[in-house]
Write a protein that binds this ligand. Structure first.
Ligand SMILES: CC(C)(COP(=O)(O)OP(=O)(O)OC[C@H]1O[C@@H](n2cnc3c(N)ncnc32)[C@H](O)[C@@H]1OP(=O)(O)O)[C@@H](O)C(=O)NCCC(=O)NCCS
Length: 427
């Protein structure tokens, strides 16, 4: 039975179709609203607006559910790796062994950057923000690998593999440049994550061999960040892609959106908070008391979530990984002690329990990356590497949508009504 919602405005009443998603969520289809009534909707922040139909990721924030293409994140975390999860997100189903082998081979093939890229890195200041470098370099990829505006399936496959592979080399090179260290070429025998850690931490005179625990934990971080439906950066990729901008240009815009402290920058804020607690010489207990005092303006970074109101399923997985990695590395770090103490006392505190404020994914990912030796200013870059398959999947979903239109919101104009121009001498 087709369901409708009724809207009455003045003497007009119209029926609006109600669309049902596969998990039962309902949305009112207002695509004919303006044509039929002259009205538009106003929804700043798009909190009530579905911009598309999507079959990629499902989230139920109240129940703590996150599924990629229907598969619970817990099962992927247990059994999959980043390359396989990337394929799943982009192509909608788990790959066969042959498909995964081909994809892995293309990831290996595309890992090196054109040698001229080195000049681009050297043109930037050593202290350039890594997210600015990343966005610029993804656009630069378009200069070296011009994309067809209308890629067929085979061309898209190559572009997706090229982007997922090279973004990790770009990230590693920007870190090496910032540290004044020589660039390290990718090693073809290493898998995706181990290869990234090699490019980050090896030296020409000394091979860095990441422990299996570290490789597993970074795989997890990338997988857990791989998609989160219509968030700010993914929506940005879709908006840019809706103009038929190519995949690299659209994802470079996604990096810029992710850069903001309200989005991908939160994991950096966690470490900055821990540093400031440590520097200020206050205890975890005193920090917690401050966070509960509204007049202090201080919040516990890495606690609470806009969507997940019971628990963040990604945080549950990463908490376990954090324990394993920190244990295996035997890291002694006063910031990690502060983090663990904060977590322990916040989870027992009635203020946090009543408000359902649990550590979120950013709390644990920051701790793990710090323990791995990844500098704080690279955290959001790692998030971007992880999010790349999600952005690509959304770009492709939109590209394949025959009914898709260029994104072009409307507005309620609140400026001057018609006003005459006044010559400069008479103002
Ligand atoms: C993520 C966040 C923005 C969610 O915001 P939200 O859903 O709008 O939650 P609210 O702001 O409505 O908070 C609900 C209550 O918990 C309190 N609260 C929320 N997060 C808090 C935190 N991290 N520390 C202390 N108190 C917090 C609020 O002050 C509010 O208290 P009140 O009911 O007494 O007024 C928020 O929890 C936050 O700022 N967290 C810290 C930043 C962070 O980790 N961001 C990354 C998210 S992945």
């Amino acid at each position: 039975m087709t369901r409708t919602a009724t809207l009455t405005f003045g003497d007009q009443t119209i029926e609006l179709p109600v669309i049902e998603g596969s998990e039962g969520e309902l949305g009112v289809d207002i695509s004919q609203l303006r044509a039929k009534t002259g009205l538009i909707t106003l929804d700043p922040g798009f909190g009530n607006t579905g911009a598309c139909r999507s079959a990629i990721t499902y989230i139920d924030g109240d129940k703590g559910i996150l599924r990629y293409r229907g598969i619970p994140i817990e099962q992927l975390a247990e059994n999959s790796n980043f390359a396989e999860t990337a394929w799943l997100l982009i192509y909608g189903k788990l790959p066969s062994q042959e498909q995964l082998d081909t994809f892995s081979e293309r990831l290996r093939f595309h890992a090196p950057l054109h040698e001229s890229f080195k000049h681009h890195f050297e043109g930037f200041p050593v202290d350039a923000p890594p997210m600015a470098t990343l966005s610029a370099m993804i656009n630069t990829l378009s200069c070296f690998h011009p994309e067809s505006p209308e890629p067929d399936e085979a061309e898209f496959f190559e572009e997706a593999a090229r982007l997922i592979s090279k973004v990790r080399t770009i990230a590693a090179y920007s870190y090496r440049r910032s540290m004044g260290l020589p660039y390290i070429y990718p090693a073809p025998h290493l898998h995706y994550v181990a290869n990234f850690l090699h490019m980050m931490f090896s030296n020409p005179y000394e091979q860095h061999v990441a422990s299996p625990e570290v490789v597993k934990a970074l795989n997890l971080i990338l997988m857990l960040h791989a998609d989160h439906e219509q968030n700010c950066s993914t929506s940005t990729v879709r908006v840019v892609g809706s103009s038929k901008a190519n995949l690299f240009a659209s994802c470079a815009a996604g990096v810029s959106a992710l850069w903001g402290p309200l989005h991908g920058g939160a994991n950096v804020a966690v470490l900055e908070m821990l540093e400031s607690i440590h520097r200020g010489g206050i205890s975890a207990e005193q920090a917690l008391a401050q966070a509960k005092d509204k007049s202090s303006g201080f919040r516990l970074m890495g606690f609470g979530h806009r969507v997940y109101k019971n628990f963040d399923p990604r945080a549950v997985i990463l908490k376990k990984a954090a324990d394993e990695v920190l244990g295996s590395l035997g890291v002694k770090d006063p910031l990690l002690d502060v983090a663990r103490r904060l977590e322990q006392i916040a989870l027992e505190d009635p203020y946090f329990v009543e408000r359902k404020l649990y550590p979120n994914v950013d709390f644990y990912s920051g701790i793990i990356m710090r323990a791995m030796g990844i500098p704080t200013n690279m955290f959001t870059v790692i998030f971007a590497i992880g999010r790349m398959p999600g952005w690509i999947a959304h770009w492709k979903e939109q590209y394949d949508d025959q009914a898709g239109r260029i994104a072009r919101p409307r507005q309620i104009y609140t400026g001057n009504t018609e006003t005459d121009y006044v010559a400069i001498g008479k103002r």
